[in-house]
Design a protein around this ligand. Structure first.
Ligand SMILES: NC(=O)c1ccc[n+]([C@@H]2O[C@H](COP(=O)([O-])OP(=O)(O)OC[C@H]3O[C@@H](n4cnc5c(N)ncnc54)[C@H](O)[C@@H]3O)[C@@H](O)[C@H]2O)c1
Length: 111
């Protein structure tokens, strides 16, 4: 999961709960530090228990540096924020930037 906010962290935790191995990343290192320390940086009822169980069973991990692991992933979910812009447009540069950055990391790792 690239982006460990409301969408990325909840989706990652649920995928881990049903048996997938999940790595959650975020460019906000403080969020990753909180998660690695056993905390949850967002409020979502019950999420702490789902994450704690997945951590105990080693199906979820957290990284501020996805380049180390991204080439091993079968699927990559980009869940970064898209803040609204004037005239009801949304900010698409962030997900596109994340996609392009990680695309080059994957191709470098596979060389
Ligand atoms: N929350 C919802 O209910 C909801 C519903 C439908 C759609 N969405 C969409 O899903 C997307 C994510 O929403 P959210 O609520 O999870 O946002 P969020 O702000 O809670 O989480 C986004 C996370 O992405 C991280 N991030 C930003 N740029 C990054 C990058 N380049 N690399 C890694 N991490 C990065 C941020 O630090 C943040 O933790 C948005 O496009 C939003 O519009 C959200």
């Amino acid at each position: 999961m690239i982006g460990s906010g409301y969408v990325g962290l909840v989706t990652g935790a649920c995928l881990a709960e049903i048996g997938h191995d999940v790595i959650c990343t975020d460019n906000d290192k403080s969020k990753i530090d909180t998660l690695e320390a056993g905390g949850v940086p967002i409020y979502e009822p019950g999420l702490d228990n789902v994450i704690a169980k997945a951590r105990k069973e080693k199906r979820i991990s957290f990284s501020a540096n996805p380049a180390d692991t991204i080439d091993k992933c079968e699927a990559i979910f980009i869940c970064v924020g898209t803040p609204p812009l004037p005239r009801r447009r949304s900010e698409r540069d962030r997900p596109r930037g994340a996609r392009d950055r990680h695309r080059s990391e994957v191709s470098q790792a596979r060389r």
